[in-house]
Structures are given as C-alpha cells and as structure tokens.
Design a protein around this ligand. Structure first.
Ligand code: PLP
Length: 421
C-alpha cells in the first residue's frame, strides 16, 4: 500500500460482518481460560493483551498503522509526546550516561533532558545541528548512549541533515532518535536516511484536530543492540524471568523492552478512546499535510513580500539557509509551521496577534485551523528582550501554524492584522 492508503487501511482490516471503523475496546483487562495461558503472557512467550497499561486492541491497531507509515517494525503509543521522548531515551540510558542533543529542539524536551533527567544522573549536551560532522563527533563522550534531534525544529524552522546526524551517532555505536512531529511520515521518513528511532507528539498533525494528547515511539528494527554498548538488551531481565530482549525479540528488541518493561513501570499508556480519536486524524493525514504545505508556502511568500515584515523563516523561501536540505529531506513540502518577525518588535507583534480574526491565538501548533502565538508574551514571557535574543527568540517573533482553510481567507486575515500592527 502507498502511504496515503496506509493512512486509511493499515493496522485494522475488518473481517466479514465486522465494524468498518476501528472499534473502541473500552476494557482495562482481558479474559483467559487457563492459568497456563496467563503464565505464558507473563513469560512473554505468547502474544495477547494482558492489561491496558501495557497494550489494548484499539491502541495496538493505531500503533500498527503508525509503524507502517514510518516503515518501522513496531510502535508504542504514549499519553503525550513528552512521555514518548522520556521513554525513548530511558529505554537506552541509565544514571551516568550522556545524550547528545541538538539545541533547537522543542523547549519542553530541553527541560526534560537538561533539568529533570539531570536529577537522575543523566547528562545532556546541546550542540548546533548545523555544525559539521567532524565538529559534532568531537562532542561525543565515552558515556554518550544516544543522539537526539528534530526533523523540523521550531522556531527557526530548521531542517535537520538526518544522514549527517546518523553518521555521527553510528560512528560511536549509538542510535539516532529523531522527533518527527512537524514533518510527519507523509513529508519525511527518517528511517530512510539512517535514523534508528522516531518519536512524535501525536497531539500535533497526526491528530490534527486538537482532540487528543498523545505520543508515539517507532522502532526501525535496524539498530544493532548487541554491539557491546547496551547490556540491558543482551543480558537477562530479572523482572521477566530472564528474558533477553535481543535473543527473544530479534529486531523488535527496543520496542518490546520499551513496552513490557518501561510502560509496565511508568504507566503512561493512552486510552482506547484517545487512540480512536488519533486514528480519525491519521485517516486524513496525507491529504491534510498536502494542503498545509501548499498554504504555508503561499503564506511564507506573501509575508516575505510585505513591507511590514522583517524576516520569515520557512525552508521553501529562496533566502532560507535550509532550502537545500528541505529539497532533499522534505520534497513534498515543509509543513504548515512558519515563524516571522514584523517591524516594530514586541509591541507590533502584540498588535498583530490581537487583531487576527480567522487565526486563533492558542498554545498549540499543527492543527487544521490556522493558529498564532507570540512566544515573547506567552511561552517565554518571563524573559527580558535581552534574554529572549540570547535564547534565539526575537521579541517580535510570531509563530504561525497555517491551517487548511482557503488560502485567500488566510491571507486576507493576515493582511488586515498587519495593517493594524
Ligand atoms: N515534540 C515537539 C516537536 C513538540 O512540539 C511537542 C509539543 O509541542 C512535543 C514534542 C511534546 O508533545 P506533547 O505536548 O504531546 O507532550
């Protein structure tokens, strides 16, 4: 199946007389006929659902769909993108280990790694994603166990050179984890360029309608966990009667361990209801991404032509430093997310945002509706203008998430708000 068809049909194939749409299995638990069957589940020697903290048939269908879309061997859904980031790294790292991470990633992931994981003895260093392969390799440490980056990073709308980052990680025998939230597998499939693990906040485009909060981890099945750097994969797990993940689960070792060990212990598995809503979003993902990209490209060019606009970050613009990388990694388009600054700094940005009518002011991106946010007066409100600049955020920067409305209506709204800015 092509990816557009997978969006509709992967993960759930109804049989004769069965529901056409994915059923919601609203059950916390599953019935068995003998203790022997249940024992096999606990020994991980038989497939089947045991308890909805670890798996559920509705969520499993969505996991299978997302694994197919990304071209992976398996996926694990989580209750948020944050939980996906957390489990993706905790599945590999222990106290005393180090993550190499690009500095432009989502602020919430920066907090998670630099503040919370630090309290548990995990070190992180942030590096410039645009540095050369040699410079990046110099940042690897003997205890580096993973490299983490985003396909399209906010607010610079920076495009990652995935192959370069994969070379850096693999030169050290560790995996590259890519947050593919903004690109989605419709625009980029990082496994095709050497990434080993992909994560998403499914809260964003995958859902697309602002109805469920969720995340997902996808395993490419290609990383060699037996290379000597990851004893937790090759030595017996006492919490499962001596299961050895690489021996017993082959190329699904990473995603199986994440589910049966970490999801069992951390308990952040989504509900069947939320998986059902996510599946609705996924059904139209390919179509929506096409329109988001078309509209954003038009809006970016429109903004770039406006006198009141100082600068526009969007990779399809001729002056974008990421144009070439976008042509290689995002040939179908660069998502709906644009960042731009208007002349007049913070005050002008506030006037612009207070005057948009069609666009909604929300703390969210990647929705069917056009959304707008002024980081300096919301998510980064506590910072002075000098601190904002140091953090790479221009006080006049506006983040615009272009929706799938008619492009003329979007441009009309931006035009009238710019006139009042
Ligand atoms: N990754 C990216 C790129 C994000 O933008 C976000 C949230 O905005 C997250 C991860 C975290 O996802 P969630 O809000 O679903 O926890």
């Amino acid at each position: 199946m092509k990816i557009e068809t997978q969006c509709l049909h992967a993960g759930y194939t109804p049989g004769n007389g069965e529901p056409l749409t994915l059923p919601i299995y609203q059950s916390t638990t599953y019935k068995y006929e003998s203790t022997a069957q249940v024992a096999k589940l606990f020994d991980l020697t038989a497939d089947g659902h045991m308890y909805s903290r670890i798996s559920n048939p509705t969520v499993a269908a969505v996991e299978a769909k997302i694994a197919a879309l990304e071209g992976g061997v398996g996926a694990l859904c989580t209750t948020s993108g944050q939980a996906a980031s957390l489990i993706s790294v905790l599945n590999i790292l222990s106290c005393g280990d180090h993550i190499l991470c690009t500095s432009t990633i989502y602020g919430g992931t920066i907090n998670l790694f630099a503040v919370t994981l630090k309290r548990f003895g995990i070190e992180v260093s942030f590096v410039d994603a645009d540095a050369s392969e040699e410079e990046l390799k110099k940042q690897l440490r003997p205890n580096t166990k993973a490299v983490f980056a985003e396909t399209i990073a906010n607010p610079a709308i920076a495009v990652l050179d995935i192959e370069k980052m994969a070379h850096v990680a693999h030169s050290h025998g560790v995996p590259l984890i890519v947050d593919n939230t903004f690109a989605t597998p419709i625009l980029c499939r990082p496994f095709e360029f050497g990434a080993d693990i992909v994560i998403h906040s499914t809260t964003k485009y995958m859902d697309g309608h602002a109805t469920q909060l969720g995340g997902v981890i996808v395993d490419s099945g290609k990383f060699d966990w037996t290379n000597g750097n990851f004893p937790e994969f090759t030595q017996p797990d006492e919490s499962y009667h001596g299961v050895v993940y690489t021996r017993d689960f082959g190329n699904a070792a990473y995603i199986t361990k994440a589910r049966v060990q970490l999801m069992r212990d951390l308990g952040c598995y989504p509900s069947a209801q939320d998986a059902f809503l996510l599946n609705h979003g996924l059904e139209t993902l390919a179509l929506r991404m096409e329109r988001h990209c078309q509209n954003a490209d038009r809006v970016a060019h429109f903004l770039a032509s406006c006198d009141k606009v100082e600068s526009v970050n969007y990779p399809t613009l001729d002056n974008s430093p990421y144009k070439e990388l976008a042509q290689k990694y995002l040939p179908k388009g660069c998502s709906g997310v644009i960042a731009f600054s208007i002349k007049g700094g913070r005050d002008a940005a506030v006037r612009f945002i207070d005057n948009v009518k069609l666009a909604s002011l929300v703390v969210h991106v990647a929705d069917v509706r056009t959304l707008v946010l002024h980081p300096a007066s919301s998510t980064h409100r506590q910072l002075t203008d000098e601190q904002l600049v140091a953090a790479g955020i221009n006080p006049g920067l506006i983040r615009l998430s272009v929706g799938i409305e008619n492009i003329d209506d979007i441009i009309e709204d931006l035009t009238q708000a710019l006139a009042k800015a």
